[in-house]
Each structure stands twice: as C-alpha cells, then as structure tokens.
Design a protein around this ligand. Structure first.
Ligand code: CA
Length: 230
C-alpha cells in the first residue's frame, strides 16, 4: 500500500513533535506546519491524504485554513481543539472538517480516527462501478462523487457517506444514532449535532430548503430520511 501523506498543523511544539513521531512510527509520511500560513503553503505544494488541523493557530486561524483547503479539495480533515465548547467544534464541522479531537488526546486515538477516515476515502476496495440515480441526483459510489444535474457537488468524505447511507434506502428513516454508527463508525461525543452539521452542509450543496426539502427530510425527534423522487 502506498504511504499515506499527512499534513500536521499544530503550533504547540511539544504536541507537534510527539504526534509527528507517533504518526511516523505508524508508517505515515508526515509534513509538519507550525502555523496556518505554513500549512496553506505546504498544502499548495503537495497532495496530502489527510490533514490534522489545530483550530487555535497563529497567523492564519485553523477555521480559515479549513475553509481555504475546502475551496480546492475534499481531503479528510481532523480538527484538534483545546476549547471545551461544543460550539467551536460544530463551527469547524460546518466549515467542512470531517472529525475532531479535543485536547488532550492520545496519539493512539488520533491514529485510530485517521485510519477510519482513510478507509472511508479509499475507494480502491470497491469491486465495481455502482451508480445510484434519483431524478437529477446521481451518486457514483465507487468514484465517491455526487452529481446534481451533471454538476459535481464536491462533497467531503463524511457528507458523501451520509448521503449514500440515506439514499440507498429512500423513505427509510434513520435515527441520528444509526447515522453516527454508519457514517462515522464509532461513538462520537456530541454525535447528534455532528450529524446535524453534516446534514446542513449537504442540504446547502444540494440546494435543499430545510423547510421544504426535496432530498433530505427531517423526521422530528428521530432523525432523517431520503425522499424518493418517484
Ligand atoms: Ca494551538
């Protein structure tokens, strides 16, 4: 298997060095950046398989790095946050991060999360081309792409997974808990709001009005459902 390239963005030297050493021991190729500006510079020079991004950064803030990266790429992003406030993490997820870890975290936990995200973005183990079509929405399962009226929606890994899970069985109601399990693959702090954030992003990209959604309906008190277009 190809060595996976990780961009690690963290201004605290102790954490940066410790995490970089741990990731390298796990077989990752690590590029470390100490501030947001260095991170964006590295991002412009290389292709990364994943980005670990501290939210509180000098020069260019983590949130800004995240949205800059998202303009160009759907590379998986894990945010690191020192803040205890759920709001900050939700803000990061709304900017398109796939996951977050609250400091202090164990490097082992970080590696576990990285592997989950890389597995999800790795499509080479899917045997054949598999396309789901609903009216003008087309999901290319093996290509990990969603097209609306022929236009690529540029979904992040988590958004694509979420849409795929829902769209596989139109009309079936999924609880947030089920979606966390199927989309994120492990127990997740603040999970309900995480799913809500991803749904919000998805709806924005689909041009779905939350009050009168064409594709993803809210089932109050339960979760979400994909609307069959037949
Ligand atoms: Ca920091």
């Amino acid at each position: 298997m190809k060595t996976k390239r990780v961009l690690l963005v963290e201004d605290e030297k102790n954490i940066r060095d410790a995490v970089a050493a741990y990731l390298e021991r796990e077989g990752f190729w690590v590029t470390a950046a100490a501030d947001g500006e260095a991170a964006l510079h590295a991002f412009s020079l290389h292709n990364f398989d994943l980005i670990v991004l501290d939210l509180g950064l000098p020069k260019v803030r983590g949130e800004e790095v995240c949205s800059e990266v998202r303009k160009k790429s759907d590379v998986p992003i894990i945010m690191l946050t020192a803040k205890g406030e759920v709001e900050d993490r939700i803000a990061g997820l709304e900017l398109g991060a796939d996951d977050y870890l609250v400091k202090p975290f164990s490097p082992r936990e970080l590696v576990a999360r990285i592997k989950v995200l890389l597995r999800r973005s790795n499509t080479s183990d899917l045997p054949q081309r598999d396309i789901l079509k609903y009216d003008d929405l087309e999901l290319d399962v093996s290509g990990h792409r969603a097209l609306l009226a022929g236009k690529d929606l540029d979904l992040t890994v988590s958004e694509f997974r979420l849409l795929l899970v829902l769209a596989r069985y139109p009309g079936r109601v999924y609880s947030r808990m089920e979606l966390v399990d199927k989309v994120l693959g492990y127990d997740f702090e603040g999970y309900e709001r995480t799913v809500d954030s991803h749904v919000k992003n998805l709806r924005a990209k689909l041009g779905d009005d939350p009050k009168c959604p064409r594709y993803i309906s809210t089932v109050h008190g339960v979760g979400y459902r994909f609307e069959s277009q037949e």
